[in-house]
Unconditional design. Structure first.
Length: 298
């Protein structure tokens, strides 16, 4: 698939753009794509961090691919089947481009990150989406999905099969997280105990606070061994490991978006010991905080 050629052919009419813009700018950076029949990988076609100014609109008949679009500033509009969806700040869109669709700018400048990708498994994933409308989800500023998009962009600069495998894995993770955020839990699954749900909410919303298993045992009046077992059975990871991953995810966001020092970021996510913070970060991200910042900001 040649995303640029297919995109230009799919334009229903000439886009409304400012004189400095080209139609293909909408795609971002085009990634060289080599087709592999029956490959299990998801293939990235293009990606980019974009800023659009009025006038700006695209009417597209269809493309044989899918997209993620995250709005970080301003506002855009998506029109599908005469329905208009507002792409406001912090919204994430997952969309099947095999339908006719139109993008317009609503609030200028519209700042967004976009990924175009394809893969044989995506038809099944899209079959799980609601049929009546195009769903959007709102992301917190430290969301893993935002970090995934940044990591994908970095990996496009590194050639080789390892990068292709990592990009495919990140895309799969994004699709899975997006869908699980939309779909209701299976009623046939055992009900999650209230104290386990509360623990997760504490870790998600107040991950900067100090926690130990003894403190959790005292708070809930339940054996720490039972708390660990029930949390692990529900979320497939022990509670303190879940907490540390949440802290490292937010630290990664701060490293890529601020100039705060490493020890300052460690303290902000609840890890005051800098050496311990660096060790944990490398465990979860494979590189030190400084190496991660250099990759994400170069």
């Amino acid at each position: 698939m040649n995303i640029k050629t297919d995109f230009l052919h799919a334009l229903v009419s000439r886009p409304r753009l400012s004189p400095r813009q080209n139609p293909e700018d909408f795609l971002g950076h085009i990634v060289p794509y080599s087709y592999e029949e029956h490959s299990p990988l998801l293939h990235l076609l293009s990606c980019g961090s974009m800023k659009a100014f009025s006038p700006w609109s695209f009417d597209i008949s269809s493309l044989d691919c899918y997209l993620f679009l995250y709005t970080s500033g301003g506002c855009g509009k998506l029109t599908v089947n005469s329905q208009v969806y507002t792409l406001d700040e912090s919204s994430l869109l997952f969309f099947d481009c095999r339908h006719r669709f139109r993008f317009d700018i609503a609030v200028s400048p519209w700042e967004y990150q976009i990924l175009f990708f394809c893969g044989e498994s995506l038809s099944y994933y899209c079959s799980l989406l609601p049929k009546a409308h195009v769903p959007l989800i709102q992301l917190p500023p430290y969301s893993e999905l935002i970090t995934d998009m940044k990591n994908i962009a970095v990996r496009t600069q590194i050639p080789g099969i390892c990068s292709r495998l990592i990009i495919s894995d990140l895309l799969n993770h994004m699709v899975t997280e997006y869908l699980t955020g939309l779909l209701k839990p299976d009623a046939s699954l055992p009900q999650i105990p209230a104290h386990v749900r509360e623990m997760k909410e504490m870790f998600d919303e107040n991950f900067k606070d100090f926690y130990t298993l003894d403190l959790l045992e005292e708070r809930f009046g339940i054996s720490k061994y039972r708390l660990c077992r029930e949390f692990s059975n529900t979320y497939q990871t022990p509670p303190l490991q879940y907490l540390n991953k949440k802290r490292i995810d937010h630290a990664a966001y701060l490293l890529s978006t601020t100039s705060l020092l490493v020890h300052e970021i460690g303290s902000m996510v609840g890890i005051d010991n800098t050496n311990h913070f660096i060790t944990l970060f490398k465990k979860y991200r494979g590189v030190t905080p400084l190496e991660y910042r250099q990759r994400m900001t170069r």
